[in-house]
Design a protein around this ligand. Sequence first.
Ligand code: PHE
Length: 352
Amino acid sequence: MNKNTEKNTAPNIDEVLHSALKELNATKTLESLDEWRVRYLGRKGIVVQLKRSISDLPSAERPEFGHAINSASALLEEKLLGQRTKISTNNSPNHTESIDVTLPGIPINNGSLHPITQTIRDICEAFSSMGFEIIEGPEVELDHYNFQMLNIPKHHPARDGFNTLWIDQEDDSGERPMLLRTHTSPMQIRTMEKQDPPVRLVVPGKVYRYEATDSSHEWHFSQIEGLAVDKGITFANLKGTLYEFARILFGEDVKVRFRCDYFPFVEPGAEMAIDWNSRTKDTDKNIDEENWIEILGAGMVHPKVLKAVGYDTDKYTGFAFGIGVERIAMLKNGIDDIRLFYNNDIRFLGQF
Ligand code: PHE
């Protein structure tokens, strides 16, 4: 056979196309489909070989052959895509008729809010419904805001009550000006410095004290500070607001008690306790005796504090309070050890 005769024979494209499509229809898996693709449309595949054979043809036949091979190639590409979709849907689990939709599914473990976060939200919502704004402040605080501006100067004995964690950095005079805030009260000052009355805010946040831990003490815990300053605010407003808060949180029947307490930044100062047994009249109906539990410190903002931020004490008065969040979360959920909140034990946290 000489080269000339060879040159005159154009390969039969229709035949190739016919068998290619037949084989394509027979593929049932993505693997066999891929083998087919390599065989026909791959870099060394049949289509490429046919295209190369153009040069063997007499020039008159080349355009027609080239055209035919191009449309054959396009058709195979298109059918390949169709077959791939067909195989994928056939093999997808939804397609299997025999699926039993009544079988139990794979359980998804939903997360939930930490009980302290939940309690903070409940308390903030109660005050927000009474028109209080919610703000936050820094946990690393200056002595200036944590103590001095709150009428607790250096060497004041009240400092002993706050076992302070100091930041180990001294200023030029050898003093340590920074600390982890021991209460949320510094935000009273930071806010009043920036804004004129009326002020009505609550400040949820973390506080720190250098204390040994036991079932009712943690070295870090949460407080919610409250502050209201305006013309004509009285102790009656303080009592009314905190009583309403107790009713929202613990129920309509709750009894509250105010007693004198001392905090340098308020005058007069008070503590509020609730009678735990009064709150659920129906379930605890046999319990007559009272069970007073202190939940917050409060008082009328000391005139020295108002003056220090430049407020006119002839015009303005105010009240402030600080709520212990863990104490309330423990009461509401019947938890007897504060350390449980921060052990990160999923068996405990999963119950909320
Ligand atoms: N900051 C006080 C504490 O941590 C609580 C408090 C706040 C008392 C506001 C009175 C007014 O003990």
